[in-house]
Design a protein around this ligand. Structure first.
Ligand SMILES: C[S@@+](CC[C@H](N)C(=O)[O-])C[C@H]1O[C@@H](n2cnc3c(N)ncnc32)[C@H](O)[C@@H]1O
Length: 227
């Protein structure tokens, strides 16, 4: 099975417990991380790529109209019912592959991806697609797990992340692989400077990054150049 199919199947499998586990395993930090990422977007029309159950889209919907897109239908169903329950009417859910977005060039004022870019098979392609669909001067925002830089904090965190988190994840999600995949995919993810270079490749400029919670996660912000 290709990486893409495996990832799609894995997220479909864990989708019913996804929100609960996010909150539990991040000790309630995940909401603040998404809120910070959302604060880096301009107002207007925003694309949430790899939206999952829509938590970033919901965060952004207070000030912008949003398209929540994901390739996993089950995740989008949960997103849709969450939007209905909360009476949020300015978010549309559209099934889409991050590596092959179905939107015209320059459609959005900004695009955001939270905990998704690590999972796509071709990171360069996904970044290039996000760059393509935003307007000149628009923002691309990426929220992703990082490796903390402080050696003492890092040692304790890695113990939790690699040894404890997979066990809790396995028990609650009833999936043997998904929460072991999480730490291994984070370990394989590019370091901050390397990822910044990947964002520059399609033409994003003035890349800044912000470490949150001792560098457990990083928010990257890039601007699409004019012309
Ligand atoms: C860890 S979840 C993140 C969900 C959400 N953004 C959040 O903050 O909780 C990753 C999501 O990326 C989606 N995904 C992975 N690869 C994708 C791709 N190539 N195209 C679209 N969605 C993808 C998965 O289906 C999953 O819903």
């Amino acid at each position: 099975m290709q990486k893409k199919e495996k990832i799609q199947k894995m997220f479909a499998g864990i989708s019913p417990r996804y929100d609960f586990l996010n909150n539990l395993l991040s000790l309630g930090q995940d909401r603040q991380w998404r809120r910070f990422a959302a604060s880096k977007l301009p107002e207007g029309f925003i694309l949430d790529v790899c939206s999952g159950t829509g938590d970033v889209a919901i965060e952004v919907s207070g000030k912008s109209d949003v398209v929540a897109s994901d390739f996993c239908a089950r995740m989008l169903e949960l997103c849709h019912s969450k939007l209905s329950t909360r009476g949020i009417g300015n978010v549309s859910c559209i099934q889409n592959d991050a590596e092959n977005l179905s939107f015209h060039d320059g459609t959005f004022d900004g695009a955001v991806v939270a905990f998704g870019i690590r999972n796509v098979a071709d990171i360069r392609k996904a970044l290039s697609e996000m760059h393509r669909v935003v307007k000149d001067g628009g923002k691309v925002v990426v929220l992703e797990f990082s490796k903390p830089t402080n050696p003492f904090f890092r040692a304790g965190y890695f113990f939790y992340f690699k040894k404890i988190l997979p066990v809790i994840g396995r028990i609650f999600s009833r999936d043997n692989g998904a929460y072991s995949y999480l730490p291994s995919s984070v370990m394989a993810f590019p370091e901050r400077d390397e990822f910044t270079k990947l964002m520059e490749e399609p033409g994003l400029q003035d890349i800044e990054y912000h470490d949150l919670t001792f560098g457990i996660v990083t928010v990257y912000v890039g601007t699409k150049s004019h012309g």
